[in-house]
Design a protein around this ligand. Structure first.
Ligand SMILES: NC(=O)c1ccc[n+]([C@@H]2O[C@H](COP(=O)([O-])OP(=O)(O)OC[C@H]3O[C@@H](n4cnc5c(N)ncnc54)[C@H](OP(=O)(O)O)[C@@H]3O)[C@@H](O)[C@H]2O)c1
Length: 343
């Protein structure tokens, strides 16, 4: 990652997209820059970033042209969901000290024009970071996929890939609460132990060291009724082979392909009609109106300790680029966040 030299009096670091990745993203795609301290105009709000969310979809936004979200511009800051504290408010809707979340630049501090796009965080729901993790986008994604699209019945077998990830850890616990038998796969023995011990999965396996068909045959002896797909590729192909008639496949993500330069395609699609599988694409932005009801339902489960959620925290804005790359490569357990300053 390149770095511009800090100039005297300039103190607000931010991280720009400097180069578009081809295939795997690396640190040379980013530039860290010291820039002028932002200042508030009338109705504006100055936000101190505290928590910055690193999510797989950011990889798509680094490409030329839009995927389902608009692409980042070269030479402009990366943007993520950020939880921040209001340092200065010239807007009556926000008070200094309030915690808010919004789509903000990868910067220590940002001015938000007229406070537009900022959402005040209800402190009674839990710690502020939850607004962009378990009680925010990843949580709602897990709920819609596992419960609304998966429709698990008591005794059903629900298989979840990237089981130890931000979405996967919650999808498993939601399906379990619905009475299903929950099986997960993940890319290390440590992640498998996490899914079993912390998230209550009934069974889990390391897809890097086990043959997927052997594992699914053994751990899903009555076949798969719901496959929550986070990864696509060969995992989706295996789930098609082991699915039951009438299985539901909420398609949440295909991270195995985000850094690929070609589109390898999925084999075994004849299972779709042979087994009358219902495969449904999920985009959480279609469901954001459900967020308040989701938070009201789920926040008490975290408060009471009925559900578990792990955040994998990396310290310091300048570590956001390697932390994003590392998350895509599987080094994080749970939801990866960058902490910019102490709460
Ligand atoms: N549709 C939506 O609205 C929506 C919303 C949120 C997230 N998503 C998608 O949901 C998925 C999970 O997101 P998340 O935020 O919870 O990320 P995450 O699971 O916390 O992190 C990504 C994980 O993907 C796994 N992975 C990477 N390459 C893989 C491969 N080739 N095969 C199998 N697994 C691989 C790694 O875990 P291992 O160590 O286990 O390999 C890595 O830790 C992503 O595909 C994301 O794009 C979609």
């Amino acid at each position: 990652m390149s770095q511009t030299k800090p100039e005297q009096g300039l103190t607000n670091a931010r991280i720009l997209l400097d180069k578009r990745p081809v295939g795997w993203v690396d640190e040379s795609c980013f530039l860290i820059e010291d820039c002028a301290e932002p200042s508030c105009g009338p109705q504006d709000v100055l936000v101190q970033a505290v928590w910055l969310s690193l999510d797989p979809y950011l990889r798509g936004r680094m490409n030329e042209g839009a995927s389902y979200a608009p692409g980042f511009e070269l030479g402009k800051p990366m943007v993520s969901r950020v939880v921040g504290r209001i340092l200065q408010s010239k807007n009556p809707r926000f008070n200094e000290g309030d915690y808010v979340w919004g789509f903000l630049d990868w910067a220590r501090r940002s001015v938000v024009s007229r406070g537009e796009g900022l959402h005040r965080i209800d402190p009674t729901l839990g710690r502020p970071s939850l607004a962009i993790s378990a009680l925010g986008m990843p949580g709602l994604t897990a709920w819609v996929g596992a419960i609304e699209l998966g429709r698990p019945l008591p005794g059903d077998t629900v298989y979840i890939s990237s089981a130890a990830g931000a979405v996967g850890q919650l999808a498993g616990q939601f399906a379990k609460r619905a009475g299903a038998r929950v099986v997960g796969s993940a890319g290390s023995d440590e992640k498998v132990d996490f899914a079993l011990a912390k998230c209550g999965f009934d069974a889990a396996f390391n897809y890097k060291t086990r043959n997927m068909d052997d594992a699914l045959r053994e751990l899903c002896p009555r076949g798969i009724d719901v496959y929550f797909d986070n990864v696509g590729g060969s995992t989706l192909e295996a789930a098609l082979r082991h699915a039951n008639v009438g299985a539901r496949f909420p398609i949440c993500g295909m991270i195995s392909e985000y850094n690929a330069v070609d589109e390898p395609g999925i084999k075994g699609m004849q299972a779709m009609f042979a087994k009358r599988i219902v495969m449904t694409g999920l985009l959480v932005s279609d469901h954001l109106h459900k967020l308040p009801a989701y938070q009201a339902r789920v926040a008490p489960w975290f408060r009471n300790g009925e559900m578990y959620f792990h955040e994998d925290i990396v310290q310091g804005l300048e570590r956001a680029p390697p932390a994003l790359i590392g998350m895509m490569k599987g080094e994080a357990i749970g939801k990866r966040l960058v902490q910019i300053v102490a709460e």
